[in-house]
Design a protein around this ligand. Structure first.
Ligand SMILES: Cc1ncc(COP(=O)(O)O)c(C=O)c1O
Length: 340
């Protein structure tokens, strides 16, 4: 039995999801004539209490479009040093939007409102890039699945309003935060100008992300998506998977969170594990005592047992639980860990 814990993106569609995909009513979405895509976009927009939404092939393209909407070339956006938009989108912020990132030294991928305010360049000081956007990530990926304090997000919103900055949320794993913190999508819709959410991570879809905003922004996003080559045709087959996932796979994320916490307990009991970061959702980040066993040897030993995890750089390792990580796999993995 292969146990793949490198990411929550490794899932394959369930039987129910496949059924939903096979029975999807489709049309040409570039002409906005795909009823399943339209239904998904309406559903997601209304979940967040926003006017409109747009289906994207990837979270990267949805984030990059969000950034493009709020900035002009030469501008600067503020984000945490761990941000996906800065670290893992291929330099897209500069390639697509011609903007730079002002990195904030936050905690587990999260900044305070005071840090954000201190990072804003004075708008009349024309020597510095013009700050136009604040981008945050919830849950944080490199920060180990950490969930933001909603009150801090509200304080950052006030800073954005005070300084006339746009506010974007990379919500690739917002679903996990909503379930873990017992929050609602409307709470997030009320704060952010644009939100990207992924369907192909914890929710188990093969492909797909959605960008949410007001009507004017999403109309502009349609053009940006076209320019980026993200216009898809009978993408209703994929959108149907998204609708199915929102109806069937949201609440169960708490199971992934519980399994992650149980893995954390076992990791902490092992003498060669140096530290395990606080586990709030489905991501576990931990470090090995390098004098007892190297991180790469630990990864190899797991691979010998057909268990796969990855390194995150700087000696950190990552495990991610997901829909395809079954109870049997969990039991087996805990046994393997204890025997190492
Ligand atoms: C926080 C975060 N944002 C955005 C993305 C990008 O999503 P995609 O891989 O669909 O482009 C990821 C992917 O892992 C992510 O973890």
């Amino acid at each position: 039995m292969e146990i793949n814990l490198i990411s929550d993106t490794v899932t394959k569609p369930t039987k129910g999801m496949m059924e939903a995909m096979m029975h999807a009513e489709v049309g040409d979405d570039v002409f906005k004539k795909d009823p399943s895509v339209n239904a998904l976009e309406d559903k997601v927009a209304s979940m967040f209490g926003k006017e409109a939404a747009l289906f994207f092939p990837s979270g990267t393209m949805a984030n990059q479009t969000g950034i493009k909407l709020h900035t002009n070339p030469g501008d600067q956006l503020i984000c945490d040093k761990f941000s996906h938009v800065f670290n893992y989108e291929g330099g897209g912020v500069s390639f697509n939007s011609g903007v730079s990132c002002r990195l904030v030294d936050g905690h587990r991928g999260m900044m305070t409102a005071d840090q954000v305010e201190a990072a804003i360049n004075p708008p009349d000081f024309y020597h510095s890039p013009l700050t136009s956007l604040v981008s945050i990530e919830n849950t944080t990926n490199k920060g180990g699945g950490a969930c933001w304090d909603y009150e801090e997000l509200k304080r950052i919103k006030s800073i954005c309003e005070k300084h006339g900055l746009a506010y974007h949320l990379d919500g690739a794993r917002l679903w996990n935060a909503l379930v873990a913190e017992n929050e609602t999508p409307e709470q997030y819709g009320a704060l952010f100008d644009t939100i990207s959410v992924c369907l192909s991570k914890g929710l188990g879809c093969p492909v797909g992300s959605v960008l949410i905003g007001n009507r004017i922004l999403i109309e502009k996003a349609l053009r940006v998506r076209k320019i980026l080559g993200g216009g898809m045709r009978q993408s209703g087959f994929l959108a149907a998977a998204g609708i199915y996932a929102l109806d069937h796979h949201l609440e169960r994320l708490s199971e992934d969170h519980l399994k992650a916490k149980e893995i954390g307990v076992v990791l902490k009991s092992l003498s060669f594990i140096k530290s395990v970061e606080r586990i709030e959702t489905n991501i576990i980040i931990f470090e090995i005592h390098e004098d007892k066993m190297s991180g790469s040897r630990f990864v190899e030993k797991l691979a010998e047992n057909n268990v796969h995890i990855i390194g995150m750089g700087q000696g950190k390792l990552r495990i991610v639980t997901h829909l395809d990580y079954t109870d049997d796999m969990h039991e087996r993995f805990l046994k393997i860990l204890k025997a190492l």
